[in-house]
Write a new protein. Structure first.
Length: 666
């Protein structure tokens, strides 16, 4: 097809533009050539448009069944619905890498368009760094992973079909959202490198870098939540997080970027932690590239990973080495001179944020060690080692509780020094938290077996602790303002409101984790038409089996009526599908969504009795508060979006932002 050939040439054009974006602004800065510096935004926009055209060419190949493309023939089929053909574009290694680079180019275009208030030389530096990253990824894409390779002269009649596991709406939303977060961390990395390059690590630099970091963090939060939800209902195991290496690969940059956001806030307001902020920006993006390597290198076994040959893995590893090595080299050459910092006392917000970031980094290292240790052990012939949920839960959960404890005090204490008497306040808040937390634990326990669960109690107490101190901080901030309390509350800055909303989202997710982990009930039972089973106070009655024919699959569907205390609740329709092209069976669960007691039914395999297959294995779950996990993530993302909308991040202060940098590290 002509349009797919156009997509390939657009990809080559994007590579040329990325090289120019990396080289010309760099020369412009080094030689003080303003016209060359002004080329950076135009090249970034042009590169983004070229990548968009290339991506549309591949999409057209899927929609019009161009099986002369190896990638299309391997991941599509003429029977595949159009919306899954669209998502199949990024359903394999080559297409997802094309999406990765497209999103990187889009972030570069957004920086070019929305950072016009930056000094010209600083904007040129940022876009040049992004151009360098884009060049490396495009070189890998063109020479080792091109989705435009042809099968000619052997043209297949039809495609091999998309993996049935990926024929789900989750594939439509999860990878693009996750990549927006993953790849978006390249922007604070670029600002970090540009700041070190220019010798400008001040409040102005952090003010411009912070909203991009928060925006990427918000996308990453949503991407992880959608992935968790997808695995929960698609795999049929009833789990929302499996500590899978690929899941961990997305969690690690999220933890590092969370620490980076807090560090940027302190650097902007107080001028401290500059070196810490630099290292976190490098670390967060390095972890994003590490996740890309784990997914595509073939060094791990996961339902999420792409089948990739070692050549591609080595290419990504080389890019990772250049990014980390270049970032650390720049930091070693320039960062150690960052000695001008404001002072602060032990009793201050700065101290609490240091503790918060240390705990977040320890949590990141715990996940990193658990993820990489089996790979390291295998490489050094130490035997096959498996690191599973017991390791992660034993170390990660207490760290989460410590973060909640610090979050409560950190939100209300002041910067630099806080001389207010806190002892009585903290004692009163602790007593309130213990009492209200006990009541919350009782109410939550009633959703399940009614028994006392220590993890639910500790999480409830800490959640109340954070909320009480948050309310105290709000009252303290509006105390001297004029007008009604509500009016004064509304007038607080969007970034402050966004912070509080995000913290509330963290609490909701933490309570959801505690509730569903402690109170979930699971029952496996063999059922035939007319059978019923009891789980807690719910009755499940199997009414009938029926045969369903989809566009590219056949399915056996069970009709199960659910009653609670003899009152009808809902009817569920779990399915066992068999995809006609790949002949691969898949489970489609029956769900009754609820904020409190979610019902989940999965149809297993038929059980042969006396030569008959009218009996089936059925798995029934009751999942209290599981929706709180994803509701909390949505609230966190909304808090991040609100913080980004703060006008002060878009103001240009010409007194502090001249065309050339104010200070150079000499």
């Amino acid at each position: 097809m002509l349009i797919t050939e156009l997509g390939y040439f657009a990809l080559l054009l994007a590579l040329v533009l990325a090289i120019l974006q990396a080289v010309l602004p760099t020369l412009g800065v080094l030689k003080h050539q303003v016209p060359w510096q002004r080329l950076a935004p135009s090249l970034a926009v042009a590169g983004s448009l070229a990548m968009g055209l290339s991506f549309l060419g591949l999409v057209a190949g899927f929609l019009y069944n161009d099986f002369s493309l190896v990638y299309v023939a391997s991941h599509s089929n003429s029977l595949l619905p159009w919306y899954y053909k669209l998502s199949a574009t990024w359903g394999g290694h080559e297409g997802s890498l094309l999406l990765w680079v497209l999103i990187l180019a889009t972030w570069g275009m957004m920086v070019a368009v929305f950072s016009r208030g930056l000094p010209l030389d600083m904007r040129a530096r940022v876009l040049a760094v992004l151009g360098m990253v884009q060049t490396m990824m495009l070189l890998m894409l063109v020479f080792t992973s091109s989705p435009f390779n042809r099968t000619l002269p052997n043209l297949p009649v039809d495609g091999a079909d998309l993996n049935p596991l990926l024929q789900d709406p989750g594939l439509i939303f999860h990878p693009p959202m996750l990549y927006m977060g993953y790849v978006g961390l390249a922007v604070p990395f670029a600002f970090c490198m540009a700041g070190l390059w220019a010798g400008r690590i001040d409040a102005v630099w952090t003010r411009w870098s912070r909203p991009w970091t928060v925006l990427a963090w918000g996308f990453l939060t949503l991407g992880i939540a959608i992935g968790s939800w997808w695995a929960y209902y698609e795999l049929g195991w009833g789990g929302w997080w499996f500590w899978d290496p690929v899941e961990n690969a997305s969690l690690m940059p999220w933890l590092a970027s969370t620490a980076l956001i807090h560090s940027l806030a302190v650097t902007e307001k107080r001028g401290v932690f500059k070196a810490w902020t630099m290292m976190l920006a490098i670390f967060a993006f390095a972890l994003s590239l590490l996740g890309t390597f784990l997914v595509r290198s073939g060094v791990i076994t996961s339902v999420h990973s792409f089948a990739a040959d070692p050549t591609r893995g080595m290419a990504i590893l080389a890019i990772l080495a250049v990014i980390i090595g270049g970032g650390l080299l720049m930091f070693a050459l320039r960062g150690w001179r960052l000695t001008v910092e404001s002072s602060y006392r032990l009793k201050s917000k700065e101290t609490l944020l240091v503790v918060n970031n240390i705990v977040l980094l320890i949590a990141t290292l715990v996940v990193l060690l658990g993820t990489l240790y089996p790979i390291i052990a295998d490489a050094f012939k130490l035997g096959q080692v498996s690191v599973g949920p017991p390791y992660f839960n034993a170390l990660f959960v207490p760290l989460t509780w410590l973060i909640l404890a610090v979050m409560g005090v950190g939100a209300m204490i002041r910067y630099k020094s806080d001389n207010r008497p806190f002892f009585k306040l903290l004692v009163v808040c602790a007593l309130l938290s213990l009492i209200i937390g006990a009541g919350m634990t009782y109410l939550i326990a009633r959703l399940g077996d009614g028994a006392f669960h220590g993890s639910i109690y500790i999480t409830s107490v800490l959640s109340v602790w954070v909320l009480v101190l948050m309310v105290y901080d709000i009252k303290d901030k509006i105390r001297h303002a004029k007008g009604s309390r509500f009016a004064k509350f509304i007038k607080l800055s969007p970034s402050y409101h966004g912070m509080n909303i995000a913290h509330v989202g963290v609490l909701i997710t933490a309570l959801g984790v505690a509730g569903v982990s402690s109170l979930s009930v699971e029952k496996d039972v063999a059922m035939m038409v007319g059978d019923s089973t009891q789980v807690q106070n719910y009755e499940f009655y199997l009414q009938e089996f029926s045969t369903i024919t989809g566009s590219n699959y056949d399915a056996t569907q069970a009709t199960i009526n659910v009653k609670k205390d003899k009152t009808f609740v809902t009817t569920l329709y779990p399915q066992k599908r068999n995809y006609v092209v790949s002949m691969m069976p898949m489970t489609e669960v029956g769900l009754y969504p609820s904020l409190f007691n979610e019902i989940y039914v999965a149809l297993g395999e038929p059980i042969v009795k006396d030569g008959k297959t009218d009996t089936w294995a059925v798995r029934v779950y009751i999942k209290p508060m599981v929706r709180w996990l994803w509701l909390g993530a949505i609230i966190m993302s909304l808090g991040g979006l609100l913080a980004v909308l703060d006008k002060r991040y878009r103001l240009q202060d010409r007194r502090t932002m001249p065309n050339q940098t104010q200070q150079e590290i000499k």
